[in-house]
Design a protein around this ligand. Structure first.
Ligand SMILES: *[C@@H]1O[C@H](CO)[C@@H](O)[C@H](O)[C@H]1NC(C)=O
Ligand SMILES: *[C@@H]1O[C@H](CO)[C@@H](O)[C@H](O)[C@H]1NC(C)=O
Length: 325
């Protein structure tokens, strides 16, 4: 009996001690969770809701596309917390707005992906059989997404520009059957510096520039660009600022129905060179009520941070007649 009692006593003591441990652990766990919650909730920026009047003004305006209204109501409250801070805006843009991609209004678009070696491009398919014009700015030694698109939809005329003809000219003309032009397309004409992706990485080189409006009007010779893909290492900002109402393209009567754009950062010594125009572009899009920004993707590549966007023109009748159901 003796050993049994002894062990029973021991067992009780064990139980009491583990109860104390249990309680103490619970308190510590709770305290830890509370601290974590406070840290997380203080860092998580809440949405700033739109005023009832702003929503009514938008809803009452019948000239604005339902797709834009849906985009605006979803994205603007999520972006308002970052207003005034171009750095926070850059780093949070994609995660803040990615939930705005499965909006009911977007079911009017027939979206299909087409893959390049290291990324996915998106295309809104036309609802009628029509000959389309596609322009690639920055070929970057890769036309697999263009070739994929051509297999999906054969009636496309391709025009590509890249300041470096090496590989690009042959790929665009022989593999794709498009027309190649040796230009850096931006917002100015003449000789100037461009960042070029070479085998050794990004390099600054002096190249022949052409302004986007002149390129479309005089070289491509089309006033409606159905599909535009832009990956031009920083020159994109000069082009994006001409897309809005009364921009160079609008004044020249050139319309672009849909775009895939890669927005670059860290190709210049001063990071504001790129974060500021990106910030300005997005707020201008919200003001202009002409484009929706879809498929935001934050790219982490080496020491670079890029943002990819798929942009659809929902403000031009010729575009919406063809691409919106
Ligand atoms: C929107 O339209 C409704 C109904 O026509 C009207 O009552 C309301 O005042 C309008 N709102 C604004 C902000 O114009
Ligand atoms: C498209 O272009 C081809 C020739 O390039 C032409 O034969 C055809 O009629 C055009 N189709 C439409 C719908 O315009």
């Amino acid at each position: 009996m003796e050993p049994y009692n002894y062990s029973l006593l021991n067992e009780k003591r064990e139980v009491r001690r583990s109860n104390t441990y249990y309680c103490r652990n619970l308190i510590w766990t709770f305290a830890g969770a509370l601290v974590l919650y406070i840290i997380v909730s203080s860092r998580r920026v809440k949405e700033i809701p739109l005023s009832q009047e702003e929503i009514e003004l938008l809803d009452n305006d019948t000239t604005i596309s339902p797709l834009f209204k849906a985009f605006y109501k979803c994205a603007k409250p999520k972006l308002l917390p970052f207003k005034g801070d171009i750095k926070d805006f850059w780093y949070n843009y994609a995660s803040a707005t990615e939930q705005c991609d499965d909006l009911g209004a977007y079911e009017a678009l027939d979206l299909r992906p087409s893959k390049n070696r290291d990324e996915t491009k998106y295309v809104a398919f036309p609802h009628r059989n029509e000959n389309l014009t596609m322009v690639t700015l920055g070929i970057g030694h890769d036309v697999s997404a263009e070739v994929g698109l051509k297999t999906l939809y054969s009636n496309i005329e391709f025009f590509g520009a890249d300041p470096s003809p090496e590989q690009n000219k042959d790929l665009y003309e022989l593999n794709l059957g498009g027309k190649y032009f040796q230009y850096a397309v931006s917002d100015q004409n003449g000789v100037s510096e461009s960042v070029i992706l070479e085998k050794e990485g990004y390099q600054k080189e002096t190249t022949q520039h052409i302004s986007i409006d002149v390129f479309f009007k005089n070289i491509v010779q089309r006033s409606k660009i159905d599909i535009l893909w832009i990956d031009i290492e920083g020159n994109e900002y000069a082009i994006l600022k001409e897309l809005h109402k009364n921009g160079k393209l609008d004044r020249e009567g050139v319309k672009i129905c849909q775009m895939n754009v890669e927005m670059h950062k860290d190709l210049n010594d001063d990071p504001n060179t790129e974060m500021q125009p990106f910030y300005d572009f997005v707020w201008k899009v919200l003001d202009d009520k002409k484009y929706v920004l879809m498929k935001p993707y934050f790219v982490v590549f080496d020491r670079f941070r890029f943002i990819r966007l798929f942009i659809v023109n929902v403000g031009d009748k010729e575009c919406t007649d063809l691409y919106v159901k």
